[in-house]
Design a protein around this ligand. Structure first.
Ligand SMILES: Cc1ncc(COP(=O)(O)O)c(C=O)c1O
Length: 456
């Protein structure tokens, strides 16, 4: 047992524990499936984080794109406390005030026709919920998902995630009997097109190819096609304009559900409330999670009447639609509306776009900058012509940024980590212009250091 700080009554004095003490406890008593960073968040407010040793950081990833309003937003704190004072828990089989009100609110802000919600707990179980809804309505049972997609880590969603062999080694080996057969199609990626084509002269071949795969590569029983509007874990890649118009037609023609996974992209992240508003296409279902609970666990499938079919007790988890999460979520949506945060997120996204455009001009290591509102990916390469992935350099940049007090993320087409070569920035949608400037300034300085260090 490590030596921990105890107060006089023998209880643990949490404020006195150092980062090293907490890390020792974690190593000793936790199974850490995602590896873990030694950083211990002790306190946070807005986009500012303080670690257990009192160091301060600027958070460019909204606590892994979960606190879209920033840490400890006063409205969220108030809504959560108010709900706890009413009833901190209501079982899923009873109606609850915050759950009913949130369902109505979501229907109000969702794209037209998506007016019901199936609540879940995390993104993965919500994606499975969407699969249930699609199967019940269509009577079919196959699913199409894209290369480099990420839809979760339950068995069915893992089967629809990633395609690279290194990911198979890391996550799928040994559990094959539980991984259902999924139909995988090449993803959109205009920087590294799997078909070696160029947008727009490609005429969206990748979207039309989904139809080919349903026709030629399925057993004739496709219940749904699932896609992220901006592939996140697969390398921060936005869908090209027009992609979802084609996909909509393909799903209609094949009488299957168009399921859009907005676990990362909803709630103002990409500018509008939902990224699909940017593309102007209404799917049959939108899956939400992560930021949906305002920092508390919550997910859901927002669905049209046509697809809102489940057999009794077909789906459900004890903690779905938790009252504190739903109360916080309701308030989060109200705040986004009240404070015009969708326009603010778009404006801050444009500011990032301009500053990162200037960084692209100055730093040869940047191969591509991809932004949609505050969903931002910066792909690092060793050579702009060959596009050789700068894996080692990206890892170094990310850790150096943390040393310099800037927390950002990393992802990329080759898993498991640390093989990513795409930096991710997804700050709170409340981020202010001076904070955007500070994030870009630190990144600029670190990229200069990286180019000198790696001789680029
Ligand atoms: C697009 C997308 N879908 C689904 C999931 C799964 O969500 P969760 O980790 O909450 O189960 C994630 C998580 O990263 C995600 O990014």
């Amino acid at each position: 047992m490590c030596d921990m700080s105890h107060s006089t009554d023998g209880s643990v004095d949490r404020s006195q524990m150092s980062g090293a003490e907490i890390e020792a406890l974690s190593e000793r008593y936790q199974v850490n499936p995602m590896g873990h960073d030694p950083l211990v968040i002790a306190k946070a407010s807005g986009v500012r984080i303080t670690d257990a040793d009192g160091r301060e950081y600027l958070d460019a990833i909204s606590g892994e794109w979960v606190v879209n309003l920033g840490f400890r937003h006063p409205d969220i704190v108030e809504a959560a406390v108010e709900q706890i004072q009413q009833a901190e828990w209501t079982a899923p089989m009873y109606n609850s005030v915050p759950r009913a009100l949130l369902a109505q609110k979501v229907a109000e802000v969702a794209p037209p026709g998506l007016n019901k919600i199936l609540f879940g707990l995390s993104g993965s179980d919500a994606v499975e919920g969407a699969m249930h809804l699609a199967m019940r309505t269509t009577g079919k049972d196959e699913f199409v998902s894209l290369f480099q997609a990420y839809h979760g880590r339950t068995f069915a969603t893992l089967a629809m995630s990633y395609t690279h062999p290194s990911m198979y080694e890391g996550a799928k080996k040994g559990i094959e009997r539980y991984l259902t057969r999924q139909i995988r199609v090449p993803n959109f990626n205009c920087y590294r097109c799997p078909f070696n084509l160029t947008y727009p002269s490609c005429d969206l071949f990748c979207a039309h190819f989904v139809d080919t795969m349903i026709r030629e590569g399925s057993e004739g029983s496709v219940a749904g096609v699932i896609a992220e509007p901006f592939q996140a874990n697969g390398g921060m890649v936005p869908a090209p304009d027009g992609y979802f118009n084609v996909l909509r037609d393909v799903c209609d023609k094949n009488e299957c559900a168009m399921i859009i996974d907005e676990v990362q992209t909803a709630w103002g992240r990409c500018g509008p409330m939902f990224a699909m508003e940017h593309y102007g296409v209404v799917p049959d279902m939108i899956v939400v999670g992560k930021a949906f609970g305002g920092g508390f666990p919550l997910s859901g499938v927002i669905v049209s009447d046509k697809f809102a079919n489940l057999a009794p007790w077909e789906y459900g988890f004890t903690q779905i639609g938790h009252p504190v999460s739903t109360a916080a979520s309701y308030r989060m949506i109200e705040v986004i509306q009240r404070d015009h945060l969708t326009s603010h997120a778009s404006a801050m996204g444009e500011r990032f776009g301009e500053l990162l455009g200037a960084l692209y001009e100055r730093h040869q290591i940047i191969g591509d900058v991809r932004t949609l509102g505050l969903m931002i990916g910066i792909e690092l390469v060793r050579d702009r012509t060959t596009k050789e992935h700068a894996f080692e350099e990206t890892d170094w940049v990310m850790h150096r940024c943390v040393e310099r007090g800037l927390i950002l993320g990393k992802t990329g087409p080759v898993f498991p980590p640390p093989r990513g070569n795409v930096l991710k920035l997804k700050p709170a949608i409340t981020v202010q212009p001076d904070e955007v400037d500070e994030m870009c300034r630190i990144l600029d300085e670190v990229l200069t250091e990286a180019e000198a260090k790696f001789g680029l």
